[in-house]
Unconditional design. Structure first.
Length: 259
């Protein structure tokens, strides 16, 4: 399957004329020629609907936004499904050896990671809009009462899409560094959940505050605006910084080692 996908990707690269445009076309073709892509996207919709519905059922704040359940569902479930799709977009090629063909077609490592980031980030953003709307509908239906301000809900939907896009690109970098699905998902899980939990459980204020600047806390702050250290804008900047650092390190490592 992966070998056939690589052949399709090379054909797309030739058709698009090479360069970054061709690399993006090849990644796009490879991504949507796999059934697993659709399975992940459908799974994300299911996770969003169920989780947002459950959050809405236990939410009794009549002043809550109809998009609040979707926001919490994104942080505590959906982001991992979307990140897994981004991870397999990189590690799947290492597992099958098709990364060799990919690097032969796109020998510039930076261009390859940019192409993967643009493709997977765009898919995550578009899927994020659909997932957020799904979460709003499921959450609002499960809530006893809620408020619906179109501007507020639209802003939350857009924020969810941006958050999923950045988490996907961050995962692309981590996957390129680790190169295995098990390793990448472990690193992501540790970075997002284990390390913050450990830091927040310590009696040292410095370490507790440090946890607020990790990707999960920054993303949560960006989506919900909760917290005493900084606001949503700063949370977004911190998440962008983590994403940029992940891609920069991945590019440096990929340039120094063989496929």
């Amino acid at each position: 399957m992966r070998t056939q996908t690589s052949e399709v990707g090379r054909a797309a690269l030739r058709t698009a004329g090479g360069g970054l445009r061709g690399a993006v076309a090849a990644e796009w073709t490879k991504l949507f020629s796999l059934r697993s892509t659709w399975y992940f996207l459908l799974s994300a919709v299911a996770v969003m609907g169920v989780t947002a519905g459950c959050v809405g059922a236990v939410t009794h704040d009549a002043g809550a936004s109809a998009a609040d359940p979707a926001t919490l569902a994104t942080v505590f479930g959906v982001e991992f499904v979307v990140a897994a799709l981004a991870m397999l977009g990189v590690t799947g090629e290492y597992a099958t050896g098709s990364i060799i063909n990919t690097l032969q077609c796109v020998p510039d490592r930076a261009r390859l990671l940019i192409a993967k980031s643009l493709t997977l980030g765009a898919v995550a953003f578009a899927a994020g809009i659909v997932l957020a709307v799904t979460g709003v509908v499921a959450g609002a239906a499960a809530m006893d009462k809620s408020t619906f301000d179109f501007a507020q809900v639209a802003g939350q939907v857009f924020a969810i899409a941006v958050h999923l896009m950045l988490m996907s690109v961050l995962t692309v970098g981590l996957a390129a560094i680790v190169r295995s699905s098990a390793g990448a998902i472990t690193v992501l899980f540790v970075l997002l959940l284990i390390v913050p939990t450990i830091l927040q459980s310590t009696p040292l204020d410095f370490l507790t505050n440090l946890a607020q600047f990790l990707p999960q806390a920054a993303g949560t702050q960006f989506l919900t605006g909760d917290g005493d250290l900084y606001g949503p804008a700063t949370g977004l900047l911190i998440l962008v910084a983590w994403t940029a650092a992940s891609l920069t390190l991945a590019t440096a490592i990929l340039r120094r080692r063989d496929a």
